[in-house]
Ligand binder design. Structure first.
Ligand SMILES: Cc1ncc(COP(=O)(O)O)c(C=O)c1O
Ligand SMILES: [Zn+2]
Length: 387
């Protein structure tokens, strides 16, 4: 297809996309997939998209897999962008929408990244995949690995929501629960992967999860009829979705589909784990590890992210920012959103709505702004939070 090479997000060094890669061999930072966008744009056109399938593979030319036969799919992507008229009215805003990522396979947006990462692993003949996860990435890897006939070795904190543990077990993964955080799980994968022959698919430590996640950006543009919203609120852990969207906007501009205007991007985190918020407020380039990380929004319990500098740069360039909200406010907001719009959101999704109220109070969102909230998973996976 049109994938040409990988380039380092920090030092720019090029890497061969014809073999498995993890991070930059020179500086250890994330690698980005690069395409011949001029060639891709010859067949990937706004018109051609009208008749394509309703999955993220509709953007085939800007996705990395070479052979159709290697695509490992469960029907992910092209999720609805639901208008939220009652919440909009309540807040005095004209247009708030919810991108409902719960409607993906395994009920979270993690399916997007895993379809591309597992498909690329299949292309390279890899048989054993390993991941540290806060929960939803684990469920997605387990499902896609099974679908592709591969082994999934999953490392999660012991107090990960039960739904995540059970879904991994029931889709045939090897599950290890660790007394610690996702960073401890990552250290365990790193310690064992060479001896075990595992390929590490940790967030941003392999180049293709971000490619699947970037389709969030393509879908937003298409669903807004080739414009972009004014404000995006995104619940941030490792940051792949945010980073992926930012990359998608750049690619679409290079293909002549959108102009240089960007949404104001806001990272939403939990009070108990807000490394990006802290770094943003301090004006730092990198985010220090957040001590004693805790929150019931398990997807946000990521005390240290390898893509921190990429996120911080995107937030600043977009004119957005970073906001932390309390667990209590997230859980309370879940019912407010559910009763108003019929969507039982995950705590991470609810966090975005709480953050929107803060932005309004601070005058950072205006009445006529088009606002998108990301609901990244479903409340059904977090029943512990509601008993
Ligand atoms: C439901 C949910 N929302 C948000 C996140 C954070 O995602 P990202 O790593 O793209 O920042 C996660 C990650 O585990 C998650 O499971
Ligand atoms: Zn580098």
């Amino acid at each position: 297809m049109y994938l040409t090479h990988l380039s380092c997000s920090a030092c720019g060094l090029d890497h061969d996309a014809g073999k498995p890669q993890n991070v930059c061999t020179a500086c250890g930072k994330p690698l980005f997939a690069r395409y011949d966008l001029a060639a891709a744009a010859r067949t990937l056109t706004k018109e051609s998209l009208r008749t394509r399938g309703k999955s993220l593979w509709r953007y085939r030319e800007v996705l990395p897999v070479r052979e159709e036969a290697d695509i490992v799919t469960l029907g992910e992507g092209w999720t609805p962008l639901l208008p939220a008229p009652r919440l909009s009215a309540k807040l005095g805003l004209s247009d708030v929408r919810i991108k409902d990522e719960a409607q993906n396979p395994t009920a979270s947006f993690k399916a997007r990244g895993m379809t591309t990462a597992v498909s690329m692993a299949k292309q390279f003949g890899i048989k054993k995949l390993a991941v540290p996860s806060a929960g939803n990435a684990a469920g997605a890897l387990a499902a896609y690995a099974a679908r592709g006939g591969m082994e999934a070795h999953i490392f999660m904190p012991r107090d990960t929501p039960r739904a995540n543990v059970i879904e991994c077990e029931q889709t045939g993964a090897f599950v290890t629960l660790i007394d610690g955080l996702i960073t401890d799980c990552g250290a365990e994968v790193a310690r064992r992967k060479v001896a075990e022959g595992w390929f590490d698919v940790s967030t941003l430590k392999e180049p293709y999860r971000a490619e699947g996640k970037k389709t969030l950006g393509y879908e937003l543009a298409e669903q807004f009829n080739w414009t972009l919203p004014d404000v995006i609120l995104y619940p941030t852990g490792g940051g792949t979705g945010l980073i992926g969207m930012w990359k998608a906007f750049e690619e679409m501009q290079q293909m002549g589909w959108i102009d240089g205007r960007r949404p104001r991007m806001y990272t939403v985190q939990a009070d108990g784990c807000a490394p990006i918020v802290r770094a943003f407020e301090h004006g730092d380039k990198f985010a220090a590890e957040f001590p004693n990380a805790h929150t019931r929004a398990s997807g946000l319990r990521v005390p240290k992210a390898i893509g921190d500098f990429i996120m911080l740069d995107a937030l600043r360039k977009s004119g957005g920012g970073a906001i932390a909200v309390s667990d209590e406010a997230m859980i309370t907001a879940t019912k407010e959103i559910g009763a108003a719009e019929g969507v039982f959101v995950a705590p991470e999704g609810a966090a975005c709505y709480v953050a929107l109220k803060t932005l309004l109070a601070e005058g950072k969102v205006k009445r006529d702004d088009k606002v998108v909230l990301f609901n990244t998973s479903t409340g059904l996976k977090y029943l512990e939070c509601y008993s």
